[in-house]
Design a protein around this ligand. Sequence first.
Ligand SMILES: [Fe+2]
Ligand SMILES: [Fe+2]
Length: 283
Amino acid sequence: MDATQQGPLDSLEQWDDHVKARYRADRKKEEFRVYDESTPPVVREFYRQNHALQTYDFACAKLAEYVPLRHGRMGIWEAMERLNELVDDSDPDTDLSQIEHNLQTAEAIRAAGHPGWFQLTGLIHDLGKVLTIWGEPQWAVVGDTFPTGCAWSNRIVFPEFFAANPDAAKPELQTACGVYQPGGGLDQVRMSWGHDEYLYHVTKAYLPEPARYMIRYHSWYSAHRERDYGYLMTPHDEAMMEWVRTFNPFDLYSKSDSKPSLAALRPYYTDLINEYFPEKIDW
Ligand SMILES: [Fe+2]
Ligand SMILES: [Fe+2]
């Protein structure tokens, strides 16, 4: 079995495509929170696994496992190429490779006149999906993210699937703030484990703070889109979440018909990468 197919999705891209369909289309807010006929059964199955298995203990254990960053040293471009191979191998029908999604996101940010660090964030924001290389199943790599260790927002997609999560039977984890201090700040909050949280830790030493928020919380739709979970945030977190909101449309809408020319763009983005990152970083 291909490395990216450890789960029901045909490829990791199927989740991204579903997110785009869910949040881009002009749908009423209630509609996308429940299963309907337009949701492919494999996507529903993906969320069933994700919501049942992403517990507070799991999120803590994965953080402890990965955050020493001892899975190897790789350059940014090298990570992009490895991810591209993984995803494209698993999905022969994909019309947009991972590198193209990365480049289109970065190019859209550049065209809007945003600075280099913001463009770079667009380029790298999904590189945490390399978790797949080390055997992580789909439900621990992609999916809308959410805080663990406290009550789940009912604005998370498919909230009914949380009934199967062992944390549902732990009353101390089912209050609004759970194990956290009210307003104690997002840094204390163990988000569900996936490519966002992982890449944040890999890149945090090299990027400005708004970029760190964009990377860490770009899949947290119940906060950046639904504006839930404010009770966990400091005023500074609330202000920084505005950057995540500024970033989100570039992630959702950057798919264009014209494919970006890798050969033409590579020198520009190589320079940008080199401006912020050393040749190799720890993963
Ligand atoms: Fe992502
Ligand atoms: Fe993305």
